[in-house]
Design a protein around this ligand. Structure first.
Ligand SMILES: Nc1nc2c(ncn2[C@@H]2O[C@H](COP(=O)(O)OP(=O)(O)OP(=O)(O)O)[C@@H](O)[C@H]2O)c(=O)[nH]1
Ligand SMILES: [Mg+2]
Length: 428
């Protein structure tokens, strides 16, 4: 984090409707606020079965909130749930502070972090879709500022002007949505071409997915160290929610030369705004096309079951639910459990432990390269390109020469085995 950046003091508020998960979701909200350069100075909670439709908190609690805002000298409130436009309007009126809900907060973090053009467009699209139904609030506020009246008190004289302002804003937003959608489609086309080129080479893809802060990028870096050709391709690791927003793909090679692509992807969080989930569909296309998913879980976190469920629900929501998956129960070094320990398709491990990464590599090899065949091929001397292709793309176990050509024993994937079947020799 940039230490010169000043932190905005905020009060966080939440409704305790689900006692089992409430405390954790407030802790997570405070972490999200920190990830957005905010400093939580006070937290106010109320136990209610359902939010007050007009003000979220009940009347008395709203008054208390107004007082806290004055006492703490803050001008921003962060709410743990998604609020309706009228709830936002009413709380802002009662407290004179800006209110941002959980969805708005996550969108702000993503907007501040997005690096690539595609991520920026995706976040913008999600924000626009979030703003559209809330437009009335901001439009009436803008009008209030112009006329010096408070919301709702403008009366009939302002309504006509307000509506046309609203219409104008709505059209501007809709135009921008169409434009961003178009730009994204173009970007996606370019990505598809890249992916198709990769598909042609038949290099299998493995994607790291999971809850934010679980250690996906740390595992990615560990694997680059262990198997990568150069280490300057490391990705960003940070003890902060949503450190990774863009998918990074690296080509790695197993010790026996079998190559695969490993991708590090954006992390998930509970109540991830659905606008954002939709927008990130194309970022997650790398995961959607993967041959194997490695779900990374912070095994040391008592809420890991919720995190696994959120990850799996989110993957389903984007239509990624039929790809083989193994689970990396990471950060075992923070626990008393011995590691690496393999239990079926689960691996208890630590991202910083070499033995764990070697074991993870073995799992990748077993799952991704299971359809490989060991074949003997006789390549005529005039087909030197086939020999170099095999040397680059297959696991060559043995090379001999005889009068007719090069005799190669190699492990081939299904596609290559078929492609070069005419050179295959019966094994004696
Ligand atoms: N003790 C311990 N810490 C770990 C391990 N793996 C990752 N971490 C730490 O956990 C924090 C988050 O790691 P990242 O690799 O950035 O997590 P991520 O899953 O990529 O997170 P996002 O990009 O935000 O989704 C960092 O502070 C890491 O140093 C581990 O095996 N053991
Ligand atoms: Mg990451």
């Amino acid at each position: 984090m940039d230490l010169t950046q000043t932190l905005t003091p905020v009060v966080t508020i939440g409704l305790n409707q689900h006692p089992n998960s409430f405390n954790y979701s407030m802790t997570e909200l405070n972490n999200l606020a920190e990830a957005n350069n905010m400093k939580v100075v006070e937290t106010l909670v109320q136990k209610l079965d359902r939010p007050d439709p007009a003000t979220y908190f009940g009347k008395g609690k709203i008054e208390e909130l107004g007082q806290v805002v004055i006492d703490d000298g803050v001008d921003t409130i962060v709410a743990n749930d998604e609020l309706s436009p009228s709830q936002i309007r009413n709380i802002e009126k009662a407290t004179k502070a800006r209110i941002i809900d959980r969805t708005g907060l996550i969108l702000e973090i993503f907007a501040n972090r997005a690096q690539s053009r595609e991520a920026k467009l995706q976040v913008e699209l999600a924000k626009l879709k979030y703003q559209l139904p809330r437009l009335h609030t901001s439009a009436s506020q803008r009008l209030d500022q112009q006329t010096g009246t408070s919301s709702g008190a403008g009366g009939a004289t302002n309504r006509g002007a307000g509506e046309s302002q609203y219409e104008m804003n709505r059209r501007t937003l809709e135009k921008r949505i169409t434009h961003v959608n178009h730009e994204l489609k173009e970007a996606d086309k370019a990505d598809q071409i890249k992916r198709q080129q990769r598909d042609k080479s038949e290099t299998p893809t493995v994607a790291l997915v999971g809850y934010t802060n679980a250690g996906k990028s740390t595992i990615m870096n560990g694997m680059i160290n262990l198997l990568g050709e150069n280490e300057d391709k490391q990705v960003l690791v940070k003890n902060m929610l949503f450190a990774t927003l863009d998918t990074s793909v690296r080509k790695l090679a197993l010790p026996d030369q079998k190559k695969f692509l490993l991708s590090d992807t954006v992390g998930f969080v509970s109540q991830l705004p659905h606008q954002l989930v939709q927008a990130f569909k194309s970022t997650l296309a790398e995961a959607a096309n993967a041959d194997l998913l490695i779900q990374v879980v912070d095994y040391s976190d008592p809420h890991r079951d919720m995190m696994i469920k959120t990850t799996e629900d989110t993957l389903k929501e984007i239509g990624i639910d039929n790809i083989p998956m193994v689970v990396a129960l990471n950060k075992a070094d923070k626990m008393e459990t011995p590691y690496p320990t393999r239990e079926g398709d689960n691996l208890i491990m630590a991202a910083t432990d070499k033995k764990s990464l070697v074991e993870l590599t073995a799992i990748i090899k077993e799952k991704v390269f299971k359809n490989f065949k060991t074949l003997q091929l006789m390549i005529p001397f005039d087909k030197g390109d086939v020999v170099s292709y095999l040397n680059d793309n297959a696991t060559v176990l043995k090379t001999d020469y005889d009068a007719n050509g090069t005799l190669i024993t190699a492990e081939l994937n299904e596609v290559d085995a078929k492609r070069f079947s005419r050179y295959v020799q019966p094994v004696d």
